[in-house]
Design a binder for this molecule. Structure first.
Ligand code: FAD
Length: 397
């Protein structure tokens, strides 16, 4: 099948769906291609930041958002070898909702996709994987993809690569991210709810675990030094010992886990020098793969989407964007991505230090313990970020 549209977006994650929704509201024709059939993947982050919720209020989606199953966390707490402290406080933020909210990412994506589906200018093609770029001379002029009914070709004024940290579109365009491997990896596994009752979101001691309540089960992230996990029986033994030391109730539940229950996230901190080429723009993790440290990747992806839609919608309604139009998006968004990655890199030693039970509390945590008001600053950095984007393009009525 052949299609022609204003914008084709590769990837129906937070960046791709928010860009699609905002552009379609602004009267730009958009097709979003998502390789999966649904959004039901649990290898995802669940944090919806105060800044994202403020934006949802501005675009009239906050009530539908709050109608879905969610839990609010006005502050993130850490238990360091049993000593509790507040890592990030959100209650003072001047956003419409001063709280971090946890919602399974598939519900959040479903909210965006459902809102977009009401617009005549929006189309989401699921189970459709982008596999090559179309070109007109040197300019990218669309994509070819494989959908449930076979090959699809879509010509467009602009291709947006929002296909995540292993972006196919980025590679096809010859854009290579730069960066160093992160010092940490993350093990990601589920535990039954009764494995814990009253936990701090982050628990440290013989390592660090971050727990997300996903309703029917607990999703646990355990930070380990990069390259430390091969999934051997020896690795499993060490994992069980560490979790049991951090939290004995969880330790008992971990006994039942098999290596195949554990997903390894190889953390990468990298970004593109140039986010665009003629006819194509990368945003979100495709432009800057974030570490899960601080749980800020979704917020950054959303903010890229807002800036891209605001800066490009007026252009897209009348013509194909020029590289100079795409450069404006990168100029707007690269500083927040760089600063956030710098903070994430600084956090790594503190995240890893807790593995040695005799290790002193890292300097950054000691500062938070002595100056609890600093948690308001970390709350701002995590909850809002360095350059919040609240101005969506005006909708066409
Ligand atoms: C285990 C884990 C935990 C995390 N925890 C958090 C957290 O708590 N908070 C937080 O803010 N961030 C977290 N993150 C990071 C966060 O999920 C990402 O930064 C964010 O999802 C980036 O959004 P995105 O839209 O740019 O990319 P993605 O969310 O990766 O979305 C890309 C989409 O593109 C699709 N796709 C890929 N290739 C193709 C193709 N060729 N054709 C069509 N579709 C394609 C994928 O299926 C996917 O749906 C976590 C990440 C992981 C892996």
């Amino acid at each position: 099948m052949d299609y022609s549209t204003d914008v084709v977006v590769a990837g129906g994650g937070p960046a791709g769906l928010m860009t699609g929704l905002l552009l379609a509201r602004a009267g730009v024709e958009v097709i979003v291609l998502e390789k999966h059939e649904d959004f039901l993947r649990d290898f995802r982050g669940d944090t919806i930041h105060p800044a994202t919720q403020h934006l949802l209020g501005r675009i009239g989606l906050i009530e539908e958002f709050l109608a879905r199953n969610h839990s609010d966390t006005p502050r993130i707490t850490l238990s360091w070898q049993g000593e509790e402290m507040t890592l990030a406080e959100f209650t003072h933020l001047r956003t419409s909702r001063a709280t971090m909210t946890f919602m399974p990412q598939w519900d959040f994506l479903d909210l965006l996709a459902s809102a977009a589906a009401e617009l005549p200018t929006f189309r989401l093609m699921r189970s459709t994987r982008v596999d090559s770029l179309l070109r007109a001379g040197r300019r990218v002029s669309g994509v070819s993809a494989t959908g449930p009914d076979g090959p699809v070709r879509i010509r467009a004024r602009l291709v947006i690569g929002a296909d995540g940290r292993d972006s196919t579109v980025r590679e096809l365009a010859g854009l290579t991210p730069q960066g160093r491997a992160a010092a940490m990896d993350v093990l990601w596994f589920r535990l039954p709810k009764e494995a814990d009752r009253d936990y701090a979101a982050i628990q440290a001691g013989a390592g660090m675990i971050i727990t997300l309540d996903r309703g029917a089960f607990l999703q646990v992230a355990h930070v380990i030094p990069a390259g430390d996990w091969a999934g051997t029986e020896g690795d499993m033994v060490q994992l069980r010992e560490r979790i049991a030391t951090i939290n004995p109730r969880m330790g008992r539940a971990v006994e039942k886990l098999q290596p195949s229950d554990i997903h390894l996230l190889r953390v990468r901190l990298e970004r593109l020098r140039r986010w665009y080429t003629d006819g194509l723009l990368c945003i979100g993790d495709a432009a800057h793969a974030m570490s899960p440290a601080g749980g800020v990747g979704v917020n950054l992806a959303i903010q890229d989407a807002v800036a891209a839609a605001r800066l490009l919608a007026p252009v897209l309604r009348s013509r194909a964007p020029r590289p100079s139009d795409l450069r404006r998006v990168q100029r707007r968004r690269s500083l927040p991505a760089r600063l956030t990655q710098r903070v994430q890199r600084m956090l790594q030693p503190a995240l890893l230090a807790s593995r040695d039970a005799r290790a002193p509390m890292p300097w950054s945590l000691r500062q938070l313990r002595h100056h609890p008001q600093l948690a308001r600053l970390t709350g701002r950095v995590v909850g809002i970020g360095f350059r919040p984007e609240y101005e969506a393009p005006e909708p066409i009525r």
